[in-house]
Design a protein around this ligand. Sequence first.
Ligand SMILES: NC(=O)c1ccc[n+]([C@@H]2O[C@H](COP(=O)([O-])OP(=O)(O)OC[C@H]3O[C@@H](n4cnc5c(N)ncnc54)[C@H](OP(=O)(O)O)[C@@H]3O)[C@@H](O)[C@H]2O)c1
Length: 350
Amino acid sequence: MERFGFIVHPLDVRRDVARRFRLLSRLPLRWLDFLSGYFPPVYLWHVTGIRTAQLVEAEGWLVACPLTPRAMTQFPLRRVYRQIIRAGQLAERLGAGIVGLGALTSAVGDAGETVARALNVPVTTGNSYTVAVTCLSVQAIAQSMGKPLGDLCVAVLGGTGSIGSACARLLCRKVGHLRVVGRDANAVQQLVHALGAVASGTVSGATDLTALRDADIVVSATNSAGPLIRPQHLRPGAAVYDLALPPDVSAAVREMGLNVAVYSGGDVIVPGTPDFGINFGLPPGHAYACMAETIALALEGRYESYTLGRTIAPERVLTICTIAERHGFRPAPLRVRGELVEVPSCAGVV
Ligand SMILES: NC(=O)c1ccc[n+]([C@@H]2O[C@H](COP(=O)([O-])OP(=O)(O)OC[C@H]3O[C@@H](n4cnc5c(N)ncnc54)[C@H](OP(=O)(O)O)[C@@H]3O)[C@@H](O)[C@H]2O)c1
């Protein structure tokens, strides 16, 4: 039996805190942000039922780092690391042979490196497989639009980040126009320049969300504590693959019933009949790609810090995608106008 641990944290703070601490969840949000910097990690669930066609099995432990998204992005890094490390140590004590970092626990600071140094077991951010699943899903979205990627404009919001920049590097070799949208104008320009040398089409950059209006497909991958994309940022007929946790797409986009398709990014079907215990907002038996990477590494017996830091090599993306595919993981098909569109296999990822 292979063993993994996975760290999650509250994303919808009131809802997630209320699952375990009903009274606490009634406190003002600012108090919850503050307290989350001191609260101990919480053991959530013993994951069972993961089993591959080759009969390899894995079990795991879900552990909550109490930090809220606002605390994660605004508290001093030392405190944030301390809280994530405490959660990792709990996963270790429960028996994990590798620990995966969920949502913003992998995006803060040096993207897992400090946490990995403090634990006795390997750590992975899960970002390599997240990049693979995202790039393959973008291909499926293009197919659902009935157009080759070479005819489409794809924008990556959070495009200078770890996942965003790796997606931009892979997608710019396939799309007609790639637009990098980030906060830091210098970082955006540097990336645009680097991508220009390898892109099959054209590349541009922007620091304003209105630049998303030109895009047929938006990949959204920021580390924002709250939603950013509003109806005025999107054109009718566009699709958004929102892999940010918490999500980047505002409720207004969904509620206005715009002619815009929004997909929850990183949705992966896990082999066997897994019981994840808590509702991540995905169908039963599905996990986010970052967790899927952690489980796939355990099933493969590769107890190593596979993805750490902000640079993700394309070879690593292809390798983890191949490992995951071999063990029976697959990106969930996309629901497009009531029809299911399959996501292509790993072969086309790089
Ligand atoms: N769905 C899944 O399976 C899955 C798996 C793993 C991670 N995730 C999520 O993916 C997201 C990205 O993770 P990551 O590791 O790539 O994080 P990251 O390296 O911190 O990158 C995030 C990027 O977003 C940018 N950003 C923040 N606010 C912005 C804004 N208002 N406008 C434009 N850009 C903005 C940041 O800019 P600065 O550089 O200026 O800060 C940074 O470059 C996180 O939300 C994480 O939780 C999801």
